[in-house]
Design a protein around this ligand. Structure first.
Ligand SMILES: Nc1ncnc2c1ncn2[C@@H]1O[C@H](COP(=O)(O)OP(=O)(O)OP(=O)(O)O)[C@@H](O)[C@H]1O
Ligand SMILES: [Mg+2]
Length: 317
């Protein structure tokens, strides 16, 4: 079936105020504390993935909610300027989500006001628009999450493929994802997220901690988590920062190292990785090639402040 778009991203968009060189212990008491840099950039996992995909040449649409306010106009303008179709976004009534990122080298604290994000539901999302539907930030959008299994099932029945990047769960509960993965073709967590979601699955008999363990510290743990998540249906692609990524598909594991870079700002690396993986997959590339494109997009995105400034074109890759 001919589709208007290669990719529909369903998810979150907000301004990110990124303050670099922020102190670890913030002082209260109205003390003014100076930091080394400040940027106002497009944020939100879905928005960053959509921009990355458009830059890689995919015909990309974004469906989500923003407020009827300056922050909402900012995110829609930036996405439209990057060639993302935002005509399906719902505006208002609650304010646009807003994030302050306190960045300290490769680590950061993230403060988010969810604003209108919890209002997004599958009823807001157009059907049959794209060859592939990607959903971001599962836990920031509980009303959307509740309708996802049925929505994704319908999109797949109509011939589309699907992917999910949950990102972090601020509540730390990690509930519900297992019920969606059966309708997901590609699951794209980072290592900590893979371990947390897998830890909520019924544990296989005879395993003690099963997939538990700190990300990076127990590579067997991440692999076991990927395998158990993959048993629910999807290809599982686990991002692991400077260690690159691995992918599990039908019992076989593929790895790709990160591109060695000195990161300027890792905000949005995972979302740019997602864009690269999906662009390669929609071009029909093999899993190892998709992984190589993805880690390259992730690593390149760390070379500038914010999530979208250093995203490459397909030619630059
Ligand atoms: N310090 C780094 N050096 C090189 N590459 C990196 C670094 N950090 C991230 N990357 C690249 O970006 C990819 C995704 O990064 P990461 O594992 O941080 O995803 P994430 O936690 O989902 O990120 P996000 O915060 O955007 O959600 C990695 O697989 C790697 O290719
Ligand atoms: Mg992520």
């Amino acid at each position: 079936m001919a589709r208007d778009f290669d990719l529909l991203v369903v998810g979150d968009a907000n301004p990110d105020v990124v303050l670099s060189g922020a102190p670890r212990g913030l002082a209260y008491g109205q003390r003014e504390q100076l930091v080394s840099g400040g940027d106002l950039v497009l944020g939100g996992s879905g928005a960053i993935t959509a921009c990355g995909a458009a830059r890689l040449g995919l015909r990309t649409a974004f469906a989500g909610r923003v407020g009827d306010d300056a922050a909402g106009r900012f995110v829609l303008d930036v996405m439209a300027g990057r060639g993302v179709d935002v005509s399906h976004c719902v505006v208002g009534p609650r304010p646009t989500a807003m994030t302050v990122v306190l960045a300290d080298g490769a680590d950061r604290a993230i403060l988010t006001s969810p604003g209108c994000l919890p209002d997004l539901t599958v009823a807001d999302v157009p059907r049959g628009l794209a060859r592939h539907v990607h959903v971001s930030s599962y836990f920031l959008q509980p009303a959307l999450a509740a309708g996802l299994p049925g929505f994704l099932e319908g999109e797949r029945r109509a011939g589309a493929t699907t992917s999910l990047d949950t990102n972090d769960d601020p509540a730390g509960a990690w509930d519900g994802v297992a019920g969606v993965l059966g309708e997901v073709d590609v699951f794209l967590p980072n290592a900590a997220e893979a371990l947390s979601v897998a830890a909520r699955l019924p544990q296989p008999p005879g395993s003690s901690a099963a997939a538990a363990g700190p990300p990076g510290g127990h590579p067997e743990g991440v692999e076991a988590a990927a395998a158990r998540l993959g048993a629910l249906g999807p290809v599982v692609v686990v991002k692991n920062g400077g260690d690159g990524a691995l992918a599990w598909e039908r019992g076989s594991l593929t790895r790709a190292p990160a591109v060695p870079v000195e990161p300027v700002d890792t905000v949005g690396a995972g979302d740019s990785f997602d864009a690269g993986f999906l662009a390669a997959r929609l071009r029909g590339m093999s899993l190892p090639e998709c992984l190589r494109v993805a880690v390259t997009c992730g690593s390149l995105s760390t070379q500038a402040a914010g999530g979208t400034a250093a995203q490459p074109t397909w030619k630059e890759l």
